[in-house]
Design a protein around this ligand. Structure first.
Ligand code: SF4
Length: 693
């Protein structure tokens, strides 16, 4: 059903940011209904169940409708006025800052926050709190791909081309990505690729619904994607398929990168990955015989303690074969969170300022400080990455302001993170429901939801989009911008934190101008008129940049950089005590920590709880039958969930989705070993043993 009278907007959940319309239901609940908006090219009207049911959270009976402050007498959260709640937060943050210094106060943001909120939160941390200790949950999402992008191309934009290019290329290697579960409307681009005669190769240890669509499915052991990419590149060299002219004209560093490639013989790669040599040869032929081809990664290769190098190996494959910086070819990352792209561009990342500027770059500091009207030297330096920040809670970081994140469920080594959160002197959480993290807070601030406020997001293609307010929020909630405005005023900053999102965006444009993610030429009017504008867009008469790198890469010399990378084991390999590999991921009916989607009846019915997916041989070995509880035990803890037995997973691997708290919380088990460059935790590989529970 389409409706031209409906308010055009975008889904609140994943990075596809599907276009949809919202129409009032005339007093019924939920207060708006979703209608089709076929004109938006990314999803062309299609939505998954999460997007379709998103209005249910607006009228959820468990939605927070007023602030809560912990009563020191009873220890319980109790209703409070907004004045009382904001006073309590300002008092808690100020007391810690005065007693222990500004870096004892931390700020934790989220990849679901709009660009305006991410910008305001970073500015609030660095100006009002003067703390370096800010990071966000996007660190757990695409940080390895972002780091590899920066190293190779000098710029990080998830996809350097629109998704509409996918059906028109010749071959796509989809690495550790399962859009059939994570972003179903995107699947259409891959099915059209095949209908057009293109080839799809899926790399995944599980035979997912996406893998079932592929021309070729490669199922490496978790944590060996880097070796797989090196093996493919070895064959490219051995078979004389290197694009020598492209390498000479548009890249640097091939000789140094070539050496580790040649040390990875196909037979050796087969031993490491479990992928037979003939399948490697088949993949090389499909990839190189096509006139154009792409590699797209997602969390599989990225959420590893060598995630940056793993993505780098796939980028090297693209560069050596001339499949980058050319039409319909290139490397891209399918970012996960709703504003995973924009969320990392505007200053809530520990090492970055708005416009994707580096915090330790004197020119960047001077520019942003100028927009903010402060001296550059007053800006703090880089802080801890997300897991390191959470690990420091209760120690060097004693108070935390958290917006748009639920690390009790979503962080690795989650029981430890929960214990760190409990040890804080002061915790304030802004959220729409009493998430597992909000339940630990001293003050809970109820905030508006996507349909009740206007703001921009930047989807996985770098397309800046406008989410429009479609209805009034309930009287007891405020926007995150209003929360920051109120806190800033209480902490001595009467000005500089407007509550109007368009006013914040106008400042963001100035702060980003001239930076890598340049929004200077984008405004609300233009986004609305064009239904999205691709950055970089440095001037109002600039058309935006749907396709990057066609003339030059964003490095100083305009050439892409090969980075030498070599395979190494995961931080925790299976052994006699923990002989099986756990890998974690998502299911189609739940989103991230499930804080919103677990409150939607239709989604809960479709995906009511966690499970342990395991191969029949493994199930037989430990003596569990379908549906029986099985304990997944690592050196950090145990998670218990019903067995789901399937031949679609390797016999040496188990899979758990991570959306639930409690005894089935997968992240209790996960290893927080960090990538040395991106500081990404190793969500995709840890050693476990299985027990009947
Ligand atoms: Fe929303 Fe993502 Fe589903 Fe689209 S695919 S409807 S953006 S959750």
């Amino acid at each position: 059903m389409s409706d031209t009278a409906a308010v055009p907007t975008h889904c609140p959940y994943c990075a596809l940011q599907c276009g949809m319309g919202l129409r009032p239901t005339g007093g019924a609940q939920p207060p708006v209904e979703v209608v089709e908006r076929a004109s938006f090219p990314v999803n062309r009207g299609a939505l998954c169940g999460k997007g379709r049911t998103a209005p249910a959270v607006l009228s959820s009976r468990v939605r927070l409708t007023g602030p809560l402050v912990r009563d020191p007498a009873t220890g319980d959260l109790a209703p409070a006025s907004w004045e009382e709640a904001l006073d309590a937060v300002a008092r808690g943050l100020r007391r810690t800052r005065d007693g222990h210094g500004p870096d004892a106060v931390g700020v934790f943001g989220g990849g679901g926050l709009t660009n305006e909120k991410a910008y305001a939160l970073g500015k609030f941390a660095r100006l009002v709190l003067a703390t370096s200790q800010i990071d966000y949950n996007g660190r757990f999402c695409m940080s390895s791909a972002a780091a590899a992008h920066q190293r190779a191309f000098g710029l990080d934009r998830g996809l350097p081309f629109p998704l509409e290019d996918v059906p028109r290329t010749g071959c796509v290697i989809l690495v550790g990505s399962n859009p059939a579960e994570t972003m179903p409307p995107a699947l259409r681009h891959f099915t059209e690729l095949r209908e057009n005669g293109g080839k799809l190769i899926v790399v995944d240890p599980r035979r997912t619904r996406t893998a079932e669509l592929a021309d070729l499915h490669l199922a490496p052991r978790p944590g060996t994607d880097l070796a797989l990419a090196l093996g493919l590149l070895h064959l490219v060299v051995a078979e004389g398929r290197v694009d020598e002219a492209f390498v000479a004209e548009r890249t640097t560093g091939w000789e140094a990168a070539r050496a580790p490639v040649m040390a990875h013989w196909p037979e050796q790669v087969e031993r490491i990955t479990g992928v037979p040599v003939p399948r490697l040869r088949e993949a090389v032929a499909l990839f190189c015989d096509a006139d154009s081809s792409m590699v797209l990664t997602a969390r599989g290769p990225e959420q590893q303690s060598k995630g940056t190098d793993t993505v780098g190996a796939w980028i090297n494959l693209c560069l050596a074969t001339g499949r980058a910086g050319r039409p319909l070819s290139g490397y891209g990352c399918l970012t996960g969170q709703g504003n995973g792209q924009g969320g990392r561009e505007h200053g809530q990342k520990a090492d970055q300022l708005p416009g994707y500027r580096k915090l330790d770059d004197p020119a960047a500091r001077a520019h942003v400080a100028g927009v903010w009207g402060v001296a550059p030297e007053s800006l703090p330096g880089p802080g801890r990455s997300a897991y390191e920040l959470l690990d420091a809670l209760g120690g060097e970081v004693r108070a935390l302001l958290l917006m748009g994140s639920n690390p009790v469920v979503s962080a690795p080594h989650a029981a430890h993170v929960e214990e760190r959160l409990r040890s804080l002197d002061f915790l304030a959480v802004a959220d729409v429901v009493l998430s597992e993290t909000a339940a630990l807070a001293d003050v809970v601030l109820p905030v508006t939801q996507w349909a009740e406020e206007t703001g921009t997001t930047t989807n996985l293609e770098g397309r800046v989009l406008l989410r429009r307010r479609a209805l009034d929020p309930p009287p007891g909630v405020r926007t995150d911008l209003e929360v920051l405005h109120g806190l800033a005023a209480r902490l001595g900053w009467e000005k500089g934190f407007p509550t109007d999102p368009e006013e914040v965006f106008e400042e963001l444009r100035r702060a980003s101008a001239g930076g890598p993610a340049d929004y200077a030429g984008i405004d609300y009017r233009r986004i609305a008129a064009e239904d999205g504008v691709f950055w970089p867009c440095p001037a109002e008469d600039h058309p935006g940049t749907p396709r990057l790198f066609l003339d030059r890469f964003a490095t100083a010399d305009g050439r892409a950089r090969f980075v030498p990378v070599t395979h190494r084991p995961a931080a925790e390999e299976p052994d006699a005590a923990y002989p099986v590999v756990l890998t974690t991921g998502r299911v189609v009916a739940q989103y991230q920590s499930g804080a919103q989607t677990r409150r939607v009846a239709e989604l809960n019915a479709a995906a009511p709880g966690p499970f342990v997916e395991l191969h029949p041989r493994l199930a037989a070995r430990i003596g569990v039958a379908e549906g029986e509880p099985v304990a997944v035990v690592s050196r950090r803890g145990r998670a218990v969930a019903p067995a789901r037995i399937t031949g679609a997973i390797r016999p040496d691997t188990v899979f758990m989705p991570f959306h639930w708290p409690g005894e089935g919380r997968a992240n209790t088990v996960v290893n927080p070993a960090l990538d040395p460059v991106s500081r990404m935790p190793e969500f995709k590989v840890c050693a476990v043993r299985l027990e009947r529970a």
